[in-house]
Ligand binder design. Structure first.
Ligand code: NDP
Length: 248
């Protein structure tokens, strides 16, 4: 039977590249999305066109009941989960901390942090040997912003990714004896739509001169690291942060 992976935010950007690459590596893929069903359906179509197995599954990761319903749909349609990629994440428009309102902060942390927690919780219930599962892996998507802090742009986003890194370290130790490895990737500046959603569509190339490799990365370059961390090729790696940032 194929291993089964759920990729949150698997419909666009890094998540879509991860879904497509995981399918090439033989995974059956659940492609989660929040709103844009057409983009999710297109990823599913491409996977099926290549002979793979995939389903699209809607859930806002910040909504606990939608997350629980999503995992139940994946159980029913694909079977027992082998891996989770906590990729869904948002930025907001550039702004200083003294300008951030509570609604922005709540949305940021609910999506980037709490969403990853509840998805991990549901995955562990299915994968952990403690709960009768056969083990698995979780890959969280952090950001180089967790190191840099995002000053003047989005300290809230950077701090949410800092939380993801502490979560990765703690959870990795908590489930290490239950057959589950937990790691994170730390992408640098990657060419995706996320920059436009923060009001700066050209941001990736504008920041390229700050990158030692002098270019943004591609979603595929991040997906390659994620798929490595998901699979048995990284069997002795847990609690790690893997920088995918062109040396930045
Ligand atoms: P994109 O904006 O290109 O894609 C975001 C994806 O997440 C979409 O599939 C979107 O679905 C989904 N999504 C957004 N909000 C939710 C939600 N509440 N629930 C479920 N799905 C949701 O993002 P990227 O590919 O650039 O980013 C992916 C991850 O990588 C994020 O965690 C981001 O923080 C991180 N990252 C990105 C970097 C970059 O430079 N691009 C750098 C460092 C980290 P829909 O279309 O339905 O909204």
């Amino acid at each position: 039977m194929k291993p089964i992976v759920l990729v949150t935010g698997g419909s666009r950007g890094i998540g879509a590249a991860t879904a497509l690459l995981a399918a090439e590596h033989g995974y059956a893929v659940a492609v989660n999305y929040a709103r844009n069903s057409l983009a999710a359906d297109e990823v599913v179509r491409q996977i099926r066109a290549g002979g793979g197995t995939a389903m699209a599954v809607q859930a806002d990761v910040a909504n606990e009941s939608e997350v629980m319903a999503m995992f139940e749909r994946v159980d029913a349609k694909l079977g027992p989960l082998s891996s989770l990629v906590n990729n869904a994440g948002i930025v907001d428009v550039a702004c200083r901390v003294d300008e951030m309102d509570m609604a922005r902060l709540q949305r940021m942390f609910a999506t980037n942090v709490l969403g990853s927690f509840v998805c991990a919780r549901e995955a562990i219930k299915r994968m952990s040997t403690r709960h009768g599962g056969t083990g698995g892996s979780i890959v969280n998507v952090s950001s180089a912003a967790a190191r840099g802090g995002g000053s003047g742009q989005y300290v809230d986003y950077a701090a949410s990714k800092g939380a993801i890194e502490t979560f990765t370290v703690g959870l990795a130790k908590e489930v290490a004896l239950e057959g589950i490895r937990v790691n994170a990737v730390r992408p640098g500046i990657i060419e995706t739509d996320i920059h436009a959603s923060g009001g700066q569509p050209d941001r990736a190339w504008q920041l390229a001169p700050q990158v030692p490799m002098q270019r943004p990365g591609t979603a595929l370059e991040v997906a390659q690291a994620i798929v490595w961390l998901m699979g048995n090729a990284s069997s002795y790696t847990t609690g790690s942060m893997l920088d995918v940032s062109g040396g930045r």
